[in-house]
Design a protein around this ligand. Structure first.
Ligand code: COA
Ligand code: AMP
Length: 632
């Protein structure tokens, strides 16, 4: 079946289409109910099926005779290590770790946080949880203790699985002290901290003295356990992502729909064949890492590359190409910002030429809009198709894209492709009417979403309904704007809310505003995402001091930058803060964020008709010009 036929089938004969896809994974109990409407207008998939995701990722392949195939290649330029693990080796570690966690009291229905760097042990931890039916929540290492504490209090983990430290280029990141600080801040206190000692990075852990459980010892001293069957809708994981309000929301993913979707996507969209090497150069703390560094490649019996490094500086702009050559990567996935970083260091593709990239069939890009110049550079120097595709943490797999796994594809530059089977995408006007080709509007998706898409927001059904389902009844509201063309290709124009994408990392400007406003000298503030050549967008804070404040402006600007780094984490990348006298507002008192953003980007703007005081704009422009001249 071609992509368009598949799409039509997935929309017109949903149950038949997804029942057929469900045949491609092994169930402990095959589902008879394919699509169930729970009365809340958000249908769920495969309700009466039973399975285990860890079984599909590991045991099945060993039972099929592929135990000696490499499952994970850990490639760490920051520690000069390459280690390969076969499926049998991974299963042994995971089954024993699961046994150890079970001895600590963890069981189906519990939650556990995984706060770890890009090392194989992080995958062992995720898979051990999945083996027991324990719902894991991986937290990205670039988040500060406060952010970790928020997640601890939201999902109440019985255990936190962590490591002594991570490595950011040449900087050691102290994971364990961050965990301890987070627990001191959180109300909920996990019963166990299981800590992996990265001996080679120094700073050894004294597990006994610190009341920690030793990760390695737990594996060594525990008996392996079998996979626990779970219902299809049992939550495999919670992954927190930024929303329009300050508090991150826990996207919940099921087991059954997710496993079917992973198998479908990696074969049909990414075109990966069993046994090949698949590399998603993302951190496991993000949705891309969950789906395409861990679950999809393992479920599809690929070899997955776990890369602990950066596209540049570890040691140079040739690292990606070295990894592709050395591990014979067939399909690769990264964020455009990574390619932009390489292009900046290697404009003439000198590093690319040094390596044999003949194994590479397709490059996939997502996480943010991909600029045409980056695609051009890729085509000129690497020469394999670079396919832009669009998805969100909420979907867990692509919703727009092309499908080289089923047909030859025609790439339209600047477009993220066409709707993927299961995602009936429309472009709506403000009033909820479908727009014709070439008109920009809201990107919405007719319910039901495909299997694998989020099943809810952890512990907050109201937020789920309010955030995604109530704006256009019967449709999922993505938060992105888009335009369709006459051939059905969709061009994503960017977020229509307070979410920004910094180097492919999703962040909330409202969350940053909450942090900045908490400063004792700040009366009000606004944080917007401005254009950045490398990272796509970066946040910029503008603050107004409380009247009578004697604070030194320069110092306050530095304080704001430090505060955001301390409370949210280095990943927020807020490097610019500017103190002004007044903010432009509407007559009803709303800050004109779009105007501020346009002005900071140096683009032409129109004076909004709703503005309260036009003179503020001129005053602000002068201050911005001065700031840019002196500080950027
Ligand atoms: N743990 C701790 N700190 C981290 C971290 C982690 N896992 N990841 C990033 N950070 C820190 C960085 O060290 C940096 O700190 P600094 O301000 O002290 O330098 C800060 O967070 C910002 O990181 P980043 O935005 O990654 O910037 P960078 O300059 O280090 O690297 C790129 C820039 C483009 C090379 C890098 O962002 C990249 O490779 N991006 C690809 C994105 C990606 O994979 N996205 C996933 C979706 S596909
Ligand atoms: P995340 O949940 O971190 O995957 O971020 C999802 C958001 O990233 C989307 O809502 C988009 O705004 C943006 N995004 C992801 N992929 C693309 C793409 N290919 N083109 C444009 N924006 C993208």
């Amino acid at each position: 079946m071609k992509a368009q036929e598949m799409f039509r089938e997935s929309v017109d004969n949903k149950e038949e289409f997804w029942a057929a896809q469900a045949e491609n994974i092994e169930w402990f109990k095959k589902p008879t109910q394919i699509l169930t409407n729970d009365g809340e207008n958000y249908p769920t998939w495969y309700t009466d099926g039973e399975l285990n995701t860890c079984y599909l990722a590991l045991d099945k392949h060993i039972n099929d005779g592929f135990g000696d195939q490499a499952a994970i290649i850990y490639d760490s330029p920051v520690t000069s290590r390459i280690i390969k693990y076969t499926y049998s080796e991974v299963r042994e570690k995971v089954a024993k770790l699961a046994g150890g966690l079970q001895n600590l009291g963890l069981q189906k229905g519990d939650t556990a946080i995984v706060y770890m760097p890009m090392i194989p042990e992080s995958l062992f931890a995720m898979l051990a949880c999945a083996r027991l039916g324990v719902t894991h929540s991986v937290v990205f290492g670039g988040f500060a203790p406060t952010e970790l504490a928020i997640r601890i209090d939201d999902c109440n983990p019985k255990a936190i699985i962590t490591a002594s430290s991570g490595m950011e280029v040449a900087r050691r990141i102290p994971y364990l002290p961050f965990v301890k600080e987070a627990i001191s801040l959180s109300e909920h206190k996990p019963e166990h901290i299981v800590a992996f000692d990265r001996k080679l990075l120094g700073n050894r852990i004294n597990h006994k003295a610190d009341g920690l459980t030793d990760f390695d010892k737990l594996i060594a001293e525990s008996e392996p356990v079998e996979c626990v069957p779970v219902e299809s809708n049992h939550p495999l994981y919670i992954l927190y992502t930024s929303g329009t309000t300050g508090k991150p929301k826990g996207v919940v993913r099921d087991n059954g729909g997710h496993a079917v979707a992973m198998k479908f996507a990696i074969k049909n969209i990414y075109g990966a064949n069993e046994g090949e090497t698949f590399w998603a150069a993302s951190d496991i703390g993000w949705a891309v890492g969950h789906s395409f560094s861990v679950y999809a490649p393992l479920i599809n019996r690929n070899t997955t590359v776990i890369f602990e490094g950066k596209p540049i500086g570890t040691p140079d702009a040739g690292t990606f190409w070295r990894v592709i050559e050395e591990h014979k990567v067939s399909v690769m996935f990264t964020a455009p910002t990574a390619i932009r970083a390489i292009k900046k260091e290697d404009p003439e593709g000198e590093f690319v030429k040094k390596y044999d990239l003949s194994s590479l069939r397709t490059q996939f890009l997502a996480g943010e809009r991909c600029d045409v110049a980056t695609l051009d550079w890729y085509e000129e120097f690497v020469g394999v198709p670079a396919i832009d595709h669009w998805w969100q943490t909420e979907s867990g797999w692509p919703m727009l894209g092309l499908m080289p796994g089923v047909e030859d594809v025609k790439i339209k530059r600047a477009s993220a492709g066409k709707p993927i089977p299961g995602y009936d995408i429309k472009i709506f006007s403000e009033e909820g009417y479908e727009l014709e080709a070439h008109h920009e509007g809201y990107l919405v998706i007719k319910l039901p979403l495909a299997p694998g898409a989020m099943t809810g927001v952890w512990g907050d059904p109201e937020r789920f309904k309010f955030g995604y389902l109530s704006r256009f009844p019967g449709y999922y509201f993505s938060g992105d704007g888009a335009i369709k063309d006459e051939d059905g290709y969709v061009f994503v124009t960017g977020r229509v809310d307070d979410v920004i994408n910094v180097a492919g990392h999703r962040l909330s400007t409202s969350e940053m505003e909450e942090v900045v406003s908490a400063h004792k000298e700040v009366a009000e503030c606004c944080v917007v995402g401005i254009d950045d050549d490398l990272k796509g967008q970066v946040p910029f804070a503008i603050a107004v001091l409380k009247s009578g404040s004697k604070a030194d402006q320069e110092q306050l600007e530095k304080d704001i930058v430090n505060l955001v780094r301390e409370k949210i984490g280095a990943v927020a990348c807020l490097k610019n803060a500017m103190v002004v006298n007044r903010l432009p507002k509407t007559r009803s008192g709303k800050i004109l964020r779009k105007l501020i953003r346009t002005m900071l980007d140096g683009k032409e703007y129109q004076m909004p008709s709703t503005i309260d005081d036009e003179s503020i704009v001129e005053e602000l422009q002068q201050m911005m010009d001065l700031y840019k001249k002196e500080k950027i």
